[in-house]
Design a protein around this ligand. Structure first.
Ligand SMILES: [Zn+2]
Length: 287
């Protein structure tokens, strides 16, 4: 985690935004148009979704970066879903590394803070073996980006299915051990994976752990995902709008406020800006 540089979020407190272009953006739907719409709505950030692949030219990324700067919207990115750093097939591992690198490079080109991604599946391996493998790949990915002068935060995400690498413990450990890695804390996934983490006290425990493992800076530069979610015995089933789910977002927002948390909150509910605005409103008016 340590590394004080331009990836610091300057403002105190939390910014709220959408996973991808807000639904109410004007046609044709572009990232620049999404940034404009986010500002009109009073949102402060946007996660650029490369979940089906990184398809953005450097030229477009430069224009996107300009738009974000002018409208004071902070950007992050989500890497493609097709990543598994623990695939038994060497080719798939190399492709996974390449997708993470591509996402980081283009995010650097638009001045984004960092990238969230789904690191791996356990397959038949022990969590400890997968941990060591993921760790080695992330170290090498960061070395490569450093060589290119393209530093962005590398943020493996807390995952919602028990088959997926990415428990809170694993991510905090990776973040503590690798410079340039920080967690993407997906509270919906954490809840779906465990059936727990849905009360003020449990949310507070997560934030206490972040503070313990990553220090005050970890709490000042959070990258959070929130949505409603449905789940079963094996974890996540699908994302829902907050009000259709059992997720206690009001308690989460209170815990974040009480911990003086800073950073960005990306809403991944199907209704995107509606829930982002719902949370932003509650956060703003809470004591
Ligand atoms: Zn994700």
């Amino acid at each position: 985690m340590p590394r004080g540089d331009s990836r610091e979020l300057p403002a105190k407190g939390l910014l709220f935004g959408t996973a991808g272009i807000p639904h109410t953006s004007r046609e044709p739907k572009t990232t620049q148009g999404g940034i404009t719409r986010a500002r009109e709505l009073g949102l402060g950030c946007l996660e650029v979704e490369f979940v089906e692949g990184v398809r953005m030219s450097v030229k477009t990324a430069t224009a996107v970066g300009e738009a974000a700067k002018n409208r004071r919207v902070r950007l992050t990115a989500h890497a493609p879903y097709y990543i598994n750093l623990n695939s038994p097939e060497e080719k798939k591992v190399l492709d996974s590394r390449e997708r993470i690198l591509q996402t980081a490079r283009i995010t650097h080109a638009f001045g984004g803070d960092g990238i969230a991604f789904h690191a791996a599946f356990y397959m038949k391996d022990s969590p400890e073996a997968v941990y060591e493998k993921v760790k080695r790949h992330l170290i090498e990915i960061i070395e490569q980006l450093d060589k290119e002068g393209k530093r962005v935060w590398i943020r493996p995400e807390i995952m919602g299915k028990v088959s997926q690498f990415g428990t809170m413990h694993e991510l905090l450990r990776l973040s503590a051990e690798i410079e340039g890695v920080a967690p993407c804390i997906d509270f919906a996934h954490l809840h779906a994976r465990t059936g727990k983490f849905n009360t003020y006290n449990e949310f507070s425990q997560v934030l206490d752990q972040v503070g313990e493992k990553l220090g005050r800076r970890g709490l000042d530069t959070l990258h959070i995902h929130v949505s409603g979610i449905s789940y079963g015995a094996k974890g996540e089933l699908k994302h829902l709008d907050l009000k259709e789910s059992d997720f206690k977002y009001v308690e989460l927002l209170q815990a974040l406020k009480d911990h003086d948390a800073g950073g960005i909150v990306i809403c991944e509910s199907p209704n995107l800006e509606e829930d982002a605005l719902l949370m932003a409103g509650i956060y703003r008016t809470s004591a």
